[in-house]
Design a binder for this molecule. Sequence first.
Ligand code: NAD
Ligand code: MG
Length: 333
Amino acid sequence: MADDTTGQSRRTILGGMTFGGMTGSLFAAGAAQAAPGTQDQVPPNPVTEYPRPPFARQQQPWPGLASLMNPPPDHGETSYRGSGRLLGRKALITGGDSGIGRAAAIAYAREGADVAINYLPAEESDAQEVAALIRAAGRKAVALPGDLRSEEFCTKLVTDAAANLDGLDIVVSNAARQVWQPSIEKISTQQFDDTFKTNVYAMFWILRAAAPLLKPGSAIIATASVNAYEPSRGLLDYAATKGAIMIFVKALAKQMAERGVRVNAVAPGPIWTPLQPSGGQPPEALSEFGADTPMQRPGQPAELAPLYVLLASHEATFTTGQVFGAAGGRGGP
Ligand code: NAD
Ligand code: MG
């Protein structure tokens, strides 16, 4: 197409001007081209692009709201641009109201998917912001509040999502409970139970209910953590659930492969979300949150969305049973 040729030669010139001769010749060979609808630009420096510690001291009651965080997390509200990579897909995302789940929900909608989100009733205001963003992308938003610690609710969540979306082909098991405690003696049986119910049992209940509905080409994505590989000393129960999620994904991938359904996980490092000021970190540690990564800052939810898109999309067709890290240079898969 004439427009494409014009676009490429313009990019070649800009590439040469911006990045110097060597990169310019790569551009000329067509090795790097801007996605349709995007503009040529110098990539920002990932080290300095986002907020860095120290952060203002802050605490919220569980489960926390993104709207009350300072600075506000970046979920890609103003930055994520889709290019039809999930056109017509139907996704359920748990914990879709805030943080990483919200970033995935925004990205999925802008890539052309209809999206159902689950969250707790206390998070309705965050959830409504997400639903409005999904609708603004021209896609259907389905809000399904409820507590994932109930097997009955998890089963109904899947049925309701599939009924409202008229099918289901992406399931993102992302919700989690994280309560920091200084020692094993401080972890109550109730806390241990809540953490395993939310992070492990709910994933099992949801995916067991979803499995018979998922046709070939569908994708399952779970959110693990750097804690699956490098546990924080104050997150004993949480880290154990993340290890369980990581290995559950690898085993389930083996079962689902012959059905044409891929199963993968993302393992984030420290990410600026309401999980942390609502009990996930001791308040005094939060002001230095992310300082221990080689990038010396926490990640923002928006920085993870492209991984969730890739793993859901039909581009990653030979990728299953894998865990993808995004931890600013810290340990992980
Ligand atoms: P977040 O607080 O924005 O999201 C977690 C969500 O879990 C909440 O929004 C809430 O809706 C949901 N949830 C918790 N308990 C629930 C329950 N009983 N019923 C229904 N929903 C419930 O925080 P986030 O950091 O975006 O967390 C998303 C995922 O990322 C989690 O699996 C978390 O373990 C993982 N993760 C986060 C970090 C980090 O530093 N923020 C690091 C590694 C992994
Ligand atoms: Mg939330």
